[in-house]
Design a protein around this ligand. Sequence first.
Ligand SMILES: C[S@@+](CC[C@H](N)C(=O)[O-])C[C@H]1O[C@@H](n2cnc3c(N)ncnc32)[C@H](O)[C@@H]1O
Length: 240
Amino acid sequence: MTDSWDTIADWYAGLLRTGSVMHEFNCNVLLKLLPDKLGGCRVLDLGCGEGIVARAVAARGASVAGIDPSPRMIEHARAADAGGPGTVVYAVDDGCVLSTVATNSLNWVTAGLSLNNVPDLDAALAAVRRVLMARGSLAFTVPHPCFEAPHAAWTQATGRPVRRIVGDYLAEGFWRSDNPEGARRAGNQHRTLSTYLTALVRHGFVLETVTEPSPSAQVVAAQPHRAGLPPFLAVRARRA
Ligand SMILES: C[S@@+](CC[C@H](N)C(=O)[O-])C[C@H]1O[C@@H](n2cnc3c(N)ncnc32)[C@H](O)[C@@H]1O
């Protein structure tokens, strides 16, 4: 069977529920792009998965909706959220369309590791722009395009430190990892750094923040070879 986000949803939710330092780090990187207090704000979490980001944003006081095209991910997100404080409203939806979200209705859209999964970035950014109010903002993370390009790998020559090998940075498009323990076995849309940034500008966004954070101490403790490279690219852009 070919993996999809829906077929690996149980695995992904289990991974995050038992504590994945990389996903916790990613969530923290994304949260740093947002104000500490979000009371009175309406936020959409695009590609919410099992809800790690949506729950954290709701905990800051925002009214949050989470969408994901995977029905099984949405089941996990609803189960994790049931009855808790800062309840999130979840729906099955495509980030390229956002058919469940009203036009000009949101202060923020967050997207943690999901824009690198949408098949059509232009359609997703047009949809995000449509649902944001004037001066509303998009905050997102993606696996760092320069270091997490298709089939990038770790290598180590005798007596030398572990190094990252990237060979296919310019090969944009869909690719699938052959790592049976990796999330990208479900597939992933590789885009270059310039593709992300120029697409934002083309869709009428003003870049406010672009960061490439160093891996946290917890990430480096779990995966020492990651020291020295940013695993994620984080961007905040305001609707002009
Ligand atoms: C790596 S997971 C990230 C989930 C969550 N944001 C997190 O930080 O754990 C990628 C998510 O993107 C979702 N996705 C795939 N295609 C999508 C699309 N067209 N629109 C929105 N989300 C999509 C997947 O279903 C999956 O839940």
